[in-house]
Write a protein that binds this ligand. Structure first.
Ligand code: PY5
Length: 304
């Protein structure tokens, strides 16, 4: 993905600062030890303005991630939501955009004693269209295993977690794949490097449970709700690696990736190597929902 990441302003600890001034010191603890938590949110064009998809749900997850690491959040969920909306307006964002709130340990310190330390929070937003600009992706199963709850909890969307994702992504991209799937510590399917995963078998959707070391994805939850509403049966259960190869359909979900069909895994085509009917139906429904075209789900959108 090559995205021109730029906007006029960034929100930092309550202030709007110019993009070029949105800097932190190189000795910041968050950089050295990966002690930070973040969110990835999207905004879409909605009825002539821009609407943020599931804004509050993302900020609540940020709060949960912060609790796990005892990082102090100096703003309420409401203040963070309002700051994000104001930032979108100040940056005159009219198109699809990505929103990245990040809360990090901001002490200039070498020690690991974050308990009484200080934290800072920023919200960044910039225009962004599709993450993978293709009809589907080709992925591998990485030999790196997903981090687990007994070491670095995957339920927190923590900065440091992404070194695990990056190892897997390197595995994939160095061999010509678009992305990679990680197995959990028990060898069961966990998730992508920055996406949850679903399979379709005989008309039923299956996704790994939260105990398979997955992030509680907001897009994952959206698919669970929508599948139930449109009558597609869904199970949360463990998935073995070989089940991936014999699935009728497989797709990733994520705020950045949206709903992305997986066409091949380890160079094995999934069915006929094209996006299947249930995936295509969900891609189209999701497209409409996030753009405010499905009134039933309009409550998930906050207009800027
Ligand atoms: N799993 C991981 C490890 C993730 O990083 C993400 C989100 C998801 C699942 C999907 O979660 P959600 O549906 O709530 O977005 N990844 C980030 C995103 O903005 C990008 C990280 C590079 O989609």
């Amino acid at each position: 993905m090559v995205v021109a990441v730029k906007a006029d302003y960034v929100w930092m600890d309550g202030q709007f600062v110019n993009w070029s001034d949105a800097k932190i010191h190189v000795m910041t603890r968050g950089l050295h030890y990966g002690i930070g938590v973040f969110e990835g949110i999207r905004a879409y064009p909605v009825n002539g303005t821009v609407g943020v998809f599931r804004l509050k749900d993302h900020m609540v997850r940020l709060q949960h991630s912060a609790r796990i690491y005892r990082l102090r959040l100096n703003f309420t969920i409401e203040e963070l939501c309002n700051a994000t909306l104001e930032l979108l307006r100040k940056n005159r964002i009219q198109s699809s955009a990505y929103i990245r709130p990040i809360l990090y340990s901001s002490d200039i310190a070498v020690n690991l004693d974050t308990l009484n330390g200080s934290s800072s929070i920023a919200v960044i937003t910039f225009p962004m269209e599709r993450l993978f600009e293709k009809p589907g992706v080709n992925v591998c199963v990485s030999s790196w295993r997903r981090i687990g709850d007994s070491s670095t909890p995957p339920l927190a969307k923590a900065c440091g977690n992404y070194i695990n994702s990056i190892l897997a992504k390197l595995d994939g991209t160095a061999s010509g794949f678009d992305d990679a799937i990680l197995l959990d510590q028990n060898g069961m399917v966990s998730e992508g490097t920055g996406e949850n995963i679903f399979i379709v078998r005989s008309g039923r959707l299956v996704t790994p449970p939260l105990t398979s070391s997955v992030l509680p994805g907001i897009t994952r939850d959206t698919v669970i709700v929508v599948a139930s509403d449109i009558g597609i049966p869904l199970e949360e259960r463990e998935i073995s690696r070989t089940e991936l190869y014999t699935s009728d359909e497989v797709f990733f979900t994520g705020s950045a990736a949206e709903i992305e069909p997986i066409l091949t895994i380890d160079r094995r085509p999934i069915s006929d190597g094209k996006a299947g009917p249930i995936t295509s139906k969900l891609v189209e429904t999701y497209r409409r929902i996030v753009r405010g075209k499905e009134l039933k789900y309009f409550y998930w959108i906050t207009k800027a």
